[in-house]
Design a protein around this ligand. Structure first.
Ligand code: NAD
Ligand code: UFG
Length: 348
């Protein structure tokens, strides 16, 4: 196969979503066009317009369910795909508890179809999978490195991540060196592209901290409820490792380059985090300071299933991928607010 731009196209499932749209931008910056497959069940074409404005190039897009094997086979063949970044799936922890079947069907189904299609093609295939630090459950040590015990997930969403990791490892092991994969365990991605043209656009009441804060800042919600102020942390509120989504997206490009160097038959796990923990109140106060906006908040009971504190040991990614998070908490808070305002004004 010739090394033309088209032959280097990367299949990006879930590429119209929050993280996927930022990956599309970073892929373009690295000279690899993305072929986006998304059924838009939790996103919209607005993200594709944002990607086009930032990169100057209209992304190749298929509005398709990533479980549709015939459609996926056709796309893979048409674009000579050998590399895929796989994000398509459902991500609400609460919904996964009330509708576990749907979560297993979608989150496992999209992965099975992708692996089947890449296996059928006969050549080599490289897959990067969006996993989550949620697979560590209550980590047996902090900072959490990739050797920490994984698999004690608290909800069906987390279990789909863990099962997908296992499925990918089994299929790669049976592929006689033709397939290889990187499993990226994300910590807490927040923020947005500095242009504000793509970002996190939750439907309904946001489940996660930063989109809730930006909606309070925008006056869409009265105040933030801080879930728990009696944890054994420095100020009593939960501590997480927040990572700028642009840093996270760049980690995917580095992971792709790593797969190209180390290739066939491997499955490797990398944490993508900063190595720093921040409490809920630290996030609120940084947001207030950077953006000069008051965020009214009230303490509320702990959220079931939440744990007190964890953050990544990202040194393996630094060592092997040559990647580290570079953007600050201030950048995350400024860019999240900028995207909320920009996307809101464009929606009018
Ligand atoms: P998102 O919902 O914004 O993006 C997921 C995209 O997948 C959406 O655009 C959605 O329309 C699409 N999709 C869902 N089901 C599909 C299907 N059957 N076929 C085609 N497209 C489908 O979520 P995100 O925050 O961008 O997360 C992306 C990935 O990263 C997900 O797999 C998520 O579980 C994982 N992840 C996210 C976080 C986080 O905090 N955001 C943390 C860890 C892991
Ligand atoms: N929080 C609040 N109020 C809110 C929302 C969150 O106080 O309105 C607190 C939580 O209690 C927690 C912290 O803010 O202490 C972060 O909560 P998020 O919901 O933003 O993130 P989580 O760490 O709970 O979960 C995220 C993703 C999951 C993923 C997990 C582990 O949402 O998909 O990280 O990677 F599995």
């Amino acid at each position: 196969m010739q090394n033309t731009a088209e032959s280097r196209a990367v299949l990006l499932t879930g590429g119209a979503g929050y993280i996927g749209s930022h990956i599309a931008v970073e892929l373009a910056a690295s000279g690899r066009p993305a072929v986006i497959v998304d059924n838009l069940c939790n996103s919209s074409e607005e993200a594709l317009r944002g990607i086009a404005e930032i990169t100057g190039v209209e992304p190749v897009f298929y509005r398709t369910d990533a479980r549709d094997k015939d459609a996926m086979r056709e796309i893979v063949k048409k674009h000579n795909i050998t590399e895929a970044i796989h994000l398509a799936g459902l991500k609400s922890v609460a919904e996964s508890v009330s509708n576990p079947l749907e979560y297993y069907k979608v989150n496992l189904g999209t992965t099975l179809t992708l692996l089947e299609v890449l296996s059928e093609c006969g050549g080599t295939g490289k897959v990067i999978f969006s996993s989550s630090a949620t697979v560590y459950g209550v980590p047996d040590h902090i900072p959490v490195d990739e050797d920490a015990f994984a698999g004690t997930c608290f909800n069906p969403y987390g279990r789909t991540k863990y099962f997908n990791e296992q499925i990918i490892a089994d299929v790669v092991a049976a592929s006689e060196g033709r397939l290889s994969a990187v499993l990226l365990r994300y910590f807490n991605p927040i923020g947005a592209h500095p242009s504000g043209l793509i970002g996190e656009v939750p439907t309904g009441v946001p489940n996660n901290l930063m989109p809730y804060i930006t909606q309070v800042a925008a006056g869409k919600r009265e105040k933030l409820y801080v879930y728990g102020n009696d944890y054994e942390t420095r100020d009593g509120t939960g501590v997480r490792d927040y990572i700028h989504v642009v840093d996270l997206a760049r980690g995917h490009v580095k992971a792709l380059e790593w797969l190209e160097r180390h290739g066939e038959g491997k499955v490797e796990i990398f944490n993508l985090g900063t190595g720093r923990g921040s409490s809920v109140l630290e996030i609120v106060h940084t947001f207030e300071r950077v953006n000069n906006i008051k965020i009214p908040y009230e303490f509320a009971p702990r959220r079931p299933g939440d744990i007190a504190e964890y953050y990544a040991d990202p040194s393996k990614a630094e060592r092997e991928l040559g990647w580290r998070a570079e953007l600050s908490l201030e950048d995350m808070c400024r860019d999240a607010w900028n995207a909320e305002k920009t996307l809101q004004s464009r929606a009018k």
